[in-house]
Design a binder for this molecule. Structure first.
Ligand code: FO1
Length: 328
């Protein structure tokens, strides 16, 4: 019998996205899928991309690429393992770039290659496709859009900061009142995204920041409609464990948009597909099992499992549950 491999789409961003995608790839391998790159498509947040010192940075794209390639700095959660900072220090001597924003030498090689190809006229999708050839990633990565979309944080005194400044310089210490994605209203999904979602067997929402990672993906015009009409079930994984964020600043982001930092509030924020939202099922941490009835009451099927992505084995176990929820 010919084994038909499942088509899995993951919406992802940042560190939580990287770890989860590694788990999904491993879960597919365990199912005997040889060509995981054909089976697994990752739609990556590009809302926190930026131009700095003349180069295009794509933090979430790079985090996921480096993690799949096994060349990521797992400790920091971004950048390349064993990187040095000679060029970054030299840029600082020139007063170029941001003194609080570290640009590693190897990482700068990525940004230079990308920027050169963009300048040559390639689209971000084409650049990412080209970059995906360097290492056997075992997944197809697509940017959410080819348009340049920013994430701007409006803080209490009315100042407007780029997300990277708000996060890396101020460590989310300036209270946000709003997150804006200028450019998103005229953006469209990158080539391949709609087809991947429409023909998927399961669509997974990674345990990434619901506001600044998954939020921009869902804000790409038309994407919510594609999710709403997709034949496949949409299974989300909670980024909240025991009422707390695992790392990063999702709690600050959620508070700013009036959502409590709890697994059930985030499920409610995404909403059930039956009532105009995006979720069919929601994977909760064991620590949050008590909110399962609340999630069910919102028309979303609750699933409970250990959600700490401590290593590849733990991430794969989570992915197994998510795939299992779709009968895969
Ligand atoms: N995060 C930091 O906390 N400090 C940095 O200096 C920093 C530099 C950096 C450079 C390139 C890159 O792709 C990511 C970088 N990040 C840094 C991570 C990034 O700010 C965020 O964690 C993500 O954008 C959120 O997903």
């Amino acid at each position: 019998m010919v084994r038909v491999s499942p088509r899995v789409v993951v919406l992802a961003g940042g560190v939580g996205g990287s770890k989860f995608v590694l788990g999904v790839r491993e879960a597919l391998r365990r199912r005997g899928v040889d060509d995981t790159a054909a089976a697994l498509t990752v739609v990556v947040n590009t809302g926190d991309d930026l131009w700095l010192s003349g180069v295009r940075l794509q933090p979430d794209v790079d985090s996921i690429t480096y993690a799949l390639a096994g060349v990521n700095d797992a400790e920091r959660g971004w950048g390349r393992a064993g990187d040095s900072e000679r060029v970054g220090r030299e840029l600082q001597q020139w007063g170029a770039g941001w003194p609080w924003f570290t640009l590693g030498d190897l990482d700068l090689g990525t940004h230079l290659a990308r920027t050169g190809w963009l300048r040559d006229g390639l689209t971000p999708t084409q650049v990412l496709e080209r970059m995906s050839h360097r290492w056997p990633l075992g997944a197809r990565l697509l940017p959410m859009t080819d348009a340049e979309v920013d994430t701007i944080v409006v803080v209490e005194d009315g100042s407007r900061l780029h997300f990277q400044e708000w996060w890396t310089r101020h460590r989310a210490g300036l209270t946000p009142t709003r997150f804006e994605n200028p450019g998103i209203e005229v953006a469209s999904a990158a080539p391949g995204v709609v087809k991947a979602i429409a023909s998927a067997d399961v669509i997974l929402i990674a345990p990434s920041n619901p506001v600044v990672s998954i939020g921009p993906i869902l804000a790409v015009p038309g994407l919510r409609d594609v999710l709403a009409s997709a034949a496949a079930p949409v299974v989300g994984v909670s980024p909240i464990i025991g009422g707390k964020v695992v790392r990063g600043m999702a709690d600050v982001c959620l508070t700013a948009i009036g959502v409590e930092t709890s697994a059930s509030a985030v499920a409610a924020h995404y909403g059930s597909r039956g009532s105009g939202g995006v979720l069919d099922a929601w994977l909760l941490a064991e620590e949050d099992a008590a909110v399962a009835p609340d999630v069910a009451g919102r028309g979303i099927r609750p699933l409970v499992a250990p959600l700490w992505m401590t290593d590849a084995v733990a991430s794969a176990a989570i992915a197994e549950v998510a795939l299992g929820a779709a009968g895969l």
